[in-house]
Design a protein around this ligand. Sequence first.
Ligand SMILES: [Zn+2]
Length: 85
Amino acid sequence: MDSGMIGKIDKAKRYAEQLDRISFDQFEVTLTGDNSTHVVTFSDGRWSCDCGFFARRGVCSHTMALERVLGVMLPATPQPEPSAV
Ligand SMILES: [Zn+2]
């Protein structure tokens, strides 16, 4: 392997350990829930999920699960009011 590629791999390892370098702008994922499969999307800092709970509350176990997985890689988003949770 050439030295140029070795340098790139070293940099990739460092980037992969520094999650605050990465921010998701938009994506769509399929999440297999206990009862059915849901499509969750994230765009312009806003979540969307096709489940009924999200339609009523604007947050659900599926979006919260992805927030836990992605952590600092998500831009800061406003949290729901505590009274609405
Ligand atoms: Zn959901």
